[in-house]
Every structure is written in structure tokens, then in C-alpha cells.
Write a protein that binds this ligand. Structure first.
Ligand code: AMP
Ligand code: MN
Ligand code: MN
Ligand code: MN
Length: 287
């Protein structure tokens, strides 16, 4: 059985909707799938229902963006109670922040002589969590760049001329939020940041795991993060970060090796966690 614990749908910047994602996963022999959209769980229930019909177990998940000054930090949350009122309200605030940010990116692009139509960005986002990939796709459509990666390199990557900070929570707050929602907090693709001290700092804050098996992680990196997980007693997770083929990691759903042995410890730990009725302390910030 294949396992993929990191995927996106049209609820954020993925290209497939929930039934199409589950269908693609089933066709590739995936038996356990987590739907982990950016700042949204809007596809989870539809994916669970589609999974029931297709024989795919679907886990509720989320990927919170909690960048720090020196780089991007993403926190995955697994097996949380995605219908908690305070949790849903928080995600709405984060998504509202994304709308304002996308508008400002389009303004900044116009100011440097790269005008695009914001309405088109909004259309591509289709009511989901709007993000830089939607801006990048419009930049491709308008002929300013050849592919989304070039849009990040030239304009909207961190430090680029049209980059805009987001409304966000800190990594420690993200851990607290996910745990208070009854879920497991997992440091996503640590090989992007390559800062083991960021992982270490979050262990006392309650970090549950790190994403070891990931398309951008080579063999040595996988060995390194397995050792780091062992050192700090962290759960090990993995997935493709599938966005629909043409975006981000560009690998097919279910194509990342993820051993089945990682699943029982995740289930066991999640079973001991109870969702909180109120939100933990946090200060949404734009730096
Ligand atoms: P945002 O959530 O708006 O900050 O956008 C981040 C998303 O952009 C990531 O989740 C990826 O899907 C995508 N992304 C990040 N870096 C790149 C890149 N260099 N090329 C293409 N897509 C990227
Ligand atoms: Mn993405
Ligand atoms: Mn990510
Ligand atoms: Mn992701």
C-alpha cells in the first residue's frame, strides 16, 4: 500500500479538486492519503467521502505557513478536528490575509512594469486559499515568464521585487494551534530551510514530528532527518507535496516512498490528544 501524507487541492494552490485528487491517488495504489491544503481544510470532507467510495483512507490535515525572517517554515497538522469553530475562524483570518497579500503583490508587479489582471488571479484561486502559485500562473499566461518557477525567481520569491509578507502565526504558535485542534504538528520539508536548530527549538514547544520522506530530500538528507527524529523522539512522516503535476514538486501523487511503519505511531499519538474548546494564545502578525 502506498502512503501520501502531503497533498494539495483546489482549496489552496493544487490543480485538482478533492474527488479528482482521490481518484488519482486510488489509481496509483495509494491506500492512505492526507489532504493538507495551505491554511484550509475545505476539501477534507469531500475527500473523505470520495475516499470511502474509492477505498482510500483520507486523513484531515492542514499546512500552515509560518515564515520566519530567515526563511519559509511550514507546519503540517494531522488528524485534527477540522470543524472546531475557533480553528475554522483562524483559517478564515489567514486566508483573508492571503487575499490582501495577493492584491499587494499585483500592485507591486504593476509598479515595476509587470502589470497583470488581479481578477484573473482571483479566478484561478476559485475561492480557495489564494497564493503565489496563482499569481505565478497569471504571470505565465500573460507571457511575463515561461513557467511558475521563473515567477518565483524573478518576482515573488522571498526578497523578490514583488514579494509581500503574509499574515501569519509563528512556528511555535502553529504547533500550539495544531495540538489544540487535537492534531499532530509536523515540521514540513525541513530540507528547504536546512536549519536543524529551528526543529530543535520547537521540540520543547511540542513539535510532534518532521517530514523526512519528501521529493526534494536526497538519500543523505533522509538519513540525516531520520537521525534527527530519533535524537529528539519525533515522529517521521512523508509525502509528495502533490499540487497537480505542473506545480511545486511536480511528482505524481503517491510516488514518494513512505514506509508503512510510520503510520501506527501517528495514530497512537493522535488518539491521546483531545481538541481544546478555545484557541491558544496567539498574535497574528505581518512583519
Ligand atoms: P504562498 O503560500 O502564497 O506563500 O506560496 C507558496 C507556494 O508556492 C508553495 O506551497 C508552493 O506550492 C509554491 N512554490 C514555492 N516556491 C516555488 C518555486 N520556486 N517554484 C514554483 N512554485 C513554488
Ligand atoms: Mn503550495
Ligand atoms: Mn510547504
Ligand atoms: Mn505543501
Amino acid at each position: 500500500m502506498r502512503i501520501d501524507l502531503h497533498t494539495h487541492t483546489t482549496a489552496s494552490d493544487g490543480l485538482l479538486d478533492a474527488p479528482a485528487l482521490v481518484g488519482a491517488a486510488a489509481a496509483r495504489g495509494v491506500g492512505l492519503l492526507a489532504v493538507s491544503d495551505h491554511d484550509s481544510t475545505a476539501s477534507v470532507d469531500e475527500a473523505i467521502a470520495a475516499g470511502r467510495r474509492a477505498g482510500v483512507e483520507v486523513w484531515p490535515a492542514v499546512e500552515l505557513s509560518c515564515d520566519v525572517e530567515a526563511g519559509e517554515v511550514h507546519m503540517l497538522g494531522y488528524l485534527l478536528d477540522h470543524h472546531l469553530d475557533w480553528f475554522e475562524a483562524l483559517l478564515v483570518r489567514l486566508r483573508d490575509g492571503r487575499v490582501a497579500r495577493a492584491e499587494r503583490m499585483v500592485e507591486k508587479l504593476a509598479a515595476i512594469g509587470v502589470p497583470i489582471d488581479y481578477a484573473r488571479v482571483e479566478t484561478l484561486a476559485a475561492g480557495g486559499a489564494i497564493g503565489r502559485p496563482h499569481v505565478a500562473r497569471v504571470l505565465v499566461e500573460a507571457g511575463w515568464v515561461k513557467e511558475p518557477a521563473e515567477a518565483f525567481d524573478r518576482f515573488i520569491g522571498r526578497g523578490g521585487p514583488a514579494y509581500v509578507e503574509r499574515v501569519k502565526v509563528t512556528p511555535a504558535e502553529a504547533v500550539a494551534i495544531i495540538r489544540a485542534a487535537g492534531g499532530l504538528a509536523v515540521f514540513a520539508h525541513p530540507g528547504w530551510a536546512r536549519r536543524d536548530e529551528w526543529v530543535a527549538e520547537l521540540v520543547p514547544a511540542g513539535l510532534d514530528g518532521i517530514e523526512v520522506y519528501y521529493p526534494d530530500h536526497g538519500h543523505e538528507m533522509i538519513m540525516h532527518y531520520l537521525a534527527l527524529a530519533r535524537q529528539y523522539g519525533l515522529l517521521v512522516t512523508g509525502g509528495t507535496d502533490f499540487h497537480g503535476g505542473a506545480l511545486a514538486t511536480r511528482v505524481p501523487v503517491g510516488s514518494q516512498y513512505v514506509p508503512e511503519e510510520i503510520v501506527p505511531p501517528m495514530r497512537e499519538r493522535a488518539a491521546t490528544r483531545r481538541p481544546a474548546r478555545v484557541a491558544p494564545q496567539m498574535a497574528l502578525s505581518v512583519e
